[in-house]
Ligand binder design. Structure first.
Ligand code: ADP
Length: 332
């Protein structure tokens, strides 16, 4: 559905998008994750024909974004970071206006408006003026306008930005629902957003794609080795001699010994199931096992490794706080 090759765009000396290449397929919710200034908006604006590129190519549903922009725009719904809403218009009036902008046949307009009101949960506010709507409802209306011509592809720039936790959940659920039928490409700088919503993630940093895969793939690619924490009651010297001989253990460190129980951190290669093998070693030697725990890497580790650490640490702290808020909200 979307094919991007070596796309490059500079603003003066700033290379905003640097040889970006990726594909996106029907039926995907693709998260475009990166810190602020990474190049997400610029890429999206090129794909939606609002901006030209300096080099590279991009096609949407087989149409070249530079040469067939009308065809591309027909197939794309776009929600920019600030939704293009006219605050003094009524909700219905605005949707009707958008059917005209999109040049939908008169005979289809009513049905399309009804459909987006239904999909975006706007039935309760159709009598209101846009100026009276909460930020969450404005965002739903922004989504509704992007869907009005029933495009197969939706491009959403930071769709949950500025929303409160319960509004974020609503918009994420909406994106997931819409993603059942359409290709959705949405950008975010919030990590928890992609794990909650996407089947695939593109991580972008300083204008370059630095990772591309499902959240699980990215985690396992980045891990490389597995860390297992183990505590053993047994003859310490013998235990350590055995650990040094195990071919799947690349490194072990002794953490502490308390009441005859020695605790270790084991770094193991990923090809084998280290936890299971360690369990057998302990049993075969007649020692006792008091702890066996795998340390799991998560998407946050991958993100921190691939992007500017100092910056993203602040971001991930914020998103962790936000995730807590959302969890509290979910619980309530
Ligand atoms: P993101 O959406 O990931 O936050 P952007 O695509 O908005 O990133 O920006 C990428 C880089 O391009 C940033 O360094 C930003 O400052 C720069 N940039 C974006 N738009 C402009 C512009 N109109 N003029 C100059 N620089 C810009």
């Amino acid at each position: 559905m979307i094919e991007v090759r070596e796309l490059t765009k500079s603003y003066g000396p700033t290379v905003a998008v640097n040889k970006v290449s990726f594909d996106a397929h029907a039926g995907e919710v693709l998260g475009f994750l990166g810190p602020n200034g990474a190049g997400k908006t610029t890429t999206m604006r090129i794909l939606t024909c609002y901006l030209s590129a300096d080099a590279g190519s991009a096609t949407v549903a087989g149409y070249d974004v530079f040469e067939a922009s009308v065809e591309v725009r027909k197939r794309i719904g776009y929600l920019p970071e600030s939704a293009p809403l006219y605050t003094d218009m009524g909700v219905l009036e605005y949707l009707n206006f958008m059917t005209q902008v999109r040049q939908l046949p008169k005979s289809e307009r009513k049905e399309r408006i009804r459909s987006v009101i239904d999909t975006c949960g706007l039935a309760g506010v159709i009598q209101k003026d846009i100026g009276e709507l909460s930020k969450g409802y404005r965002q739903r209306l922004g989504l509704a306008q992007s869907l009005i011509h029933d495009p197969p592809i939706l491009i959403l720039d930071e769709p949950t930005s500025g929303l409160d936790p319960s509004q974020i959940i609503e918009i994420r659920n909406l994106i997931r629902d819409i993603g059942q039928e359409k290709l959705v490409l949405f950008s975010t700088h919030i990590l928890s957003e992609v794990s909650a919503t996407c089947n695939r993630v593109l991580i972008i940093n300083n204008g370059k794609i630095v990772a591309n895969g499902t959240p699980d793939e990215l985690v396992s690619q980045a891990k490389g080795e597995e860390i297992v924490h183990i505590a053993i009651r047994g003859p310490q010297e013998e235990v350590e001699a055995q650990l040094s001989e195990l071919d799947f253990v690349s490194q072990w460190t002794h953490a502490e010994t308390t009441d005859g129980i020695a605790a270790y951190q084991i770094n193991a290669t990923q090809e084998r199931n280290a936890a299971e093998e360690l369990f057998h070693v302990v049993v075969q030697n007649g020692w006792s096992l008091t702890e066996l725990r795998k340390e799991s890497a998560d998407l946050e580790d991958v993100f921190l490794n691939l992007t500017d650490k100092e910056y993203t640490q602040t971001q991930s702290q914020q998103s962790a706080e936000q995730a807590d808020d959302i969890n509290d909200n979910d619980d309530a």
